[in-house]
Write a protein that binds this ligand. Sequence first.
Ligand code: HEM
Length: 224
Amino acid sequence: MSGIIKSSIARKVAMALSAFFLMIFLLQHFAINILSVFSPDTFNEVSHFMGTNPLVQFALQPVLVFAIVFHFVMGFILEIKNKKSRTVKYVKNNGAANSSWMSRNMIWSGATILAFFVLHFIDFFFPELNTKYILGDLSGMHNGEFKYYNELLHKFESPIRVGAYVISFVLLAMHLLHGFNSAFQSVGATVGRKEVMKKIGRAYAILIPLGFIFIALFHHFNGH
Ligand code: HEM
């Protein structure tokens, strides 16, 4: 029994650590993408630097891909284990009385983000990998100028794609509204500062996805 509890705590801590890495990634991803609104040239230069820097490409990016896969696989395992223990332990699951809607639906908001990743990687990540490592073109140029900003504008022309992105970012906000604090709680970092952590979590969970929505809508309506 204690073995099961121990490993379930270890699972939660591992989940939290991958979540921290992803939340830091999300902040830097936002910081770079918001540049596309204020200064396309700076956005192009920073994108080129990130896309060709060996430390980013061969150290940080593999860790990021691992963290994403780990977080999703672990999330599904946790959900299955929780479901099993729920049916055994509780006579009835009181739904809203026991937990928030967000916490009970982490698996669904997570699955939507996973679907978003498939679309997002097809949009940006895979073509970039193809250009760089299969075609061997590391210049970042197209028709004599940096391609990053123009590619972004091109992608956000489609209202269907922008709609899918916006829906995903709303689900991302929901996921973070529970996930941010849950991760800090798993490593004991909320002890003695529950209210402050709640406020920081809420601000992060709402402002970052809202910022991404702004970027997508901005380029959709201003790009052409
Ligand atoms: C308007 C919103 C967004 C824009 C414009 C955007 C743009 C981009 C671009 C241009 C790339 C390709 C970078 C490269 O050259 O390799 C990329 C990759 C990626 N994006 Fe986004 N992104 C947005 C939102 C998000 C969100 C909300 C997430 C996470 C929930 C995310 C996760 C990723 C990941 C994991 C990669 C692959 C790793 C990387 O290349 O850094 N993106 N994104």
